[in-house]
Design a protein around this ligand. Sequence first.
Ligand code: MLT
Ligand code: MN
Ligand code: ZN
Length: 306
Amino acid sequence: MKIRVLGSAAGGGFPQWNCNCHNCSGVRKGTVRATPRTQSSITVAGDDPAAWALVNASPDILTQFKDHPDLQPARAPRDSGLAGIVLVDAQIDHTAGLFMLRESTRPLALWCTDAAYADLTGGNPILRVLGHYCGIERRRMASSGEEFSIDGVAGVRWRALAVAAKPAPYSPHRAAPIAGDNVALVISDTASGRAAVYAPGLAAIEPALWSALQSAACVLVDGTFWSDEEMLTQGLTVKRARDLGHLPQSGAGGMLEWLARLPRDTRKILIHVNNTNPILDEDSPERAALARAGIEVAWDGMEIVL
Ligand code: MLT
Ligand code: MN
Ligand code: ZN
């Protein structure tokens, strides 16, 4: 099984079009040692490298496909290796790219929870709009850990676990999240039994997820914010990481403390990194702290083979 990171940044990407924070202006001017990143998405391939699942359809999807020409097997005048799409939530950074797939010659096979489906046919009716183009073939994804597979992606088994997070602002229950608004995916190689957990949005680490993280070979977890007040202190918004449904890395109960409790040989990767996060600056003390803790920062093009 091969996981490829297409986009490692959070919503807005890095640099973000209207942002002049330390990182965004520094990477534009070349004064900060950092690598630009596109918005949040991975692919997963099993036995057949020419059949892959897309997890999250980022607004940057067309650039991501261009950056990875091997994703196009070119077996027919109209072709793609895209076997199915899995969504971890209904947020814009994970769904706006669906519009860019409207030329598909068949309905898009789409796995999502009932909560995400309701938001994508209600508050932000992307799926209804797509019905006027290629349409979708919706596959119901439970958020209580039932196993499923993606037709065509042989050798890979999937499970979705409801996680603590916030649904998008256009969700009628933004202020009162429900199970399935956001899931973590446990993605396993059938032959080796080795699993990766992909959880780009996490407000807290609850028992079911913690148990999945402990038995995974690799964890790709919410790397959005270093500190709760990072956007506040940079004068960008009045919102804290926790207001937005993201557990910060530093501080008591933060992601670093959780990751330190995982087995030493677990590969630990932060993903969905916001452009304000100091870990993007490769010369920052925060990035050095990650290196000391054996934690990697995902980058566009990173591959994980399990
Ligand atoms: C999030 O992860 O909190 C959202 O995707 C934010 C956004 O809309 O960009
Ligand atoms: Mn997001
Ligand atoms: Zn910025």
